[in-house]
Design a binder for this molecule. Structure first.
Ligand code: 4AD
Ligand code: MG
Length: 431
């Protein structure tokens, strides 16, 4: 019977015989004493192998082991303040499972090299901590929507519809016809509300982003809720409640993991609703007051978002953007014509946009007119979307959250590529 390393520490008993299995994380020899630090998915454990206390095969196995060799070890626990976790294993038996070759990753390697060997680098403490944290973030998102009475549904990934404009579409040949990898599942989420009212989708979205930035991936995981009967006001409330829920759960349940990833839990404790809001026009003025150079009618770039969010410790809503710089499906604000009922949610301290949301155009004539203005054919490949407004249409809203953007902010990561195990970017589709 093998114990998980975290279990060995949990019991914290001295003189207990245990077997663990995992990979060699550190190794060091001092005469007839060999130290192997073993890691499994739950933690690391220092093991001391003394030549005169083990059989010949065990000593050879321990001596031969490289960093990342896989190994099984049996021994007795002993308190030792110098060992990680305060325990050491006094080894009785070693079984080298796969010695393998010398591991190619050592200290001080370039980011590019680590990306080339990402399939191996994912074993590092840095990456395993981030991946654990991402898993918890996603679980709390699911938990939130479950509590709110939403249903999760699966959309198609291959589509003939374009949601976010033609410039970032990945095209493909679909049995002789032109199709695309989806940019957003929103339009399909809108289909689902007519049966289930409150739904969400968690699926990959694809963007042929031509730029190389610290916040753009070509393939990312997109959480997209869509709600019948919700106004843009209801929509923003849902977004802030969701963000508060996930962040506070992480602080409460996983503060050690947050620390290990480089985020001080106290910084996140302040993330409480309601989040501040700025109208687009006020936001542009604010950027310019703070030294930016923006004209009305332009969208915020990374620099402008950084300037704008510098003063905040919580995410900031920017709402009511000019209608011409936003997507075709956003409803014009009857109280502020020329602007749409939409919002971006910007994470503090320059982490940038994590959510884009809006109330959708729900009346048939308005949608047809707007689609034509955008050069989209209401009777073409998106006729099905227009149809939704033909049969019992209702006011509705929704939003899209980038899971890696949220993870990047919560964990305070330098680059979005570390928020996903195997990143796809303009320069990388390997491994
Ligand atoms: O603002 P976007 O483009 O909005 C939509 O796609 C809407 N259809 C969503 C909806 O209303 N259902 O994208 C939404 C979010 C952004 O706020 C950002 O977090 C993330 O998706 N995102 C990206 N994440 C990583 N890499 C990229 N290239 C991203 N593009 C957008
Ligand atoms: Mg956006």
């Amino acid at each position: 019977m093998f114990s998980r390393i975290s279990e060995v520490f949990k019991k914290a008993e001295e003189g207990k015989k245990v077997s663990v299995r995992g990979w060699v994380y550190r190794e060091r020899t001092s005469g007839n004493l060999r130290f192997l630090v073993i890691r499994d998915a739950s933690g690391v454990l220092q093991c001391a192998v003394k030549k005169d206390k083990v059989d010949e095969k065990s000593w050879k196995g321990a001596s031969d082991a490289y960093i990342e060799s896989s190994i099984e070890i049996t021994g007795t626990t002993k308190k030792d303040d110098r060992a990680p976790g305060g325990f050491e294993l006094q080894v009785e038996k070693v079984h080298l499972i796969s010695r393998g070759e010398p591991f190619p990753i050592s200290k001080d390697l370039s980011e590019e090299f680590l990306l080339d060997v990402r399939h191996l680098w994912l074993r590092s403490q840095k990456m395993t901590n981030i991946m654990k944290a991402r898993y918890y973030i996603e679980s709390y998102l699911h938990e939130f929507f479950d509590k709110e009475g939403f249903y999760e549904l699966a959309p198609p990934i291959i589509t003939k519809s374009q949601c976010e404009g033609g410039s970032t579409l990945f095209g493909m040949d679909y049995f002789g016809e032109k199709a695309y990898l989806t940019q957003s599942s929103q339009l399909y989420a809108e289909v689902f509300i007519f049966g289930l009212e409150k739904v969400y989708v968690l699926a990959p979205s694809f963007r042929a982003e031509k730029s190389r930035t610290i916040r753009h991936l070509a393939e990312y995981w997109h959480l997209e809720p869509e709600m019948a009967w919700y106004s843009e006001e209801d929509n923003m409330k849902l977004q802030e409640n969701m963000v508060e829920y996930v962040v506070q759960k992480m602080v409460k349940e996983h503060s050690d993991l947050l620390e290990a990833c480089g985020r001080k839990p106290d910084e996140l404790k302040q993330v409480k609703t309601p989040f501040p809001r700025l109208d687009y026009e006020d936001a542009v003025e604010r950027v310019n007051e703070l030294g930016g150079k923006m004209k009305k009618g332009e969208d915020f770039g990374a620099d402008e978002e950084a300037v704008l969010t510098k003063e905040y410790d919580v995410p900031l809503f920017v709402h009511n953007f000019p209608k011409d710089i936003k997507a075709f499906y956003m409803r014009e604000d009857p109280k502020k014509p020329g602007t749409v009922l939409n919002n971006d949610l910007l994470a503090p301290h320059g982490h940038g946009e994590i959510i884009g949301g809006s109330e959708r155009i729900w009346e048939l004539d308005e949608l047809v007119t707007r689609m034509k203005e955008f050069g989209l054919d209401p009777d073409g490949d998106m006729k099905w979307y227009v149809d939704l407004r033909r049969y019992g249409s209702v006011p509705h809203s929704g939003f899209g959250l980038g899971v890696e953007r949220l993870t990047k902010w919560i964990l305070n990561l330098d680059h979005i590529r570390d928020a996903i195990p195997l990143p796809r970017t303009i320069t990388r589709c390997y491994p």
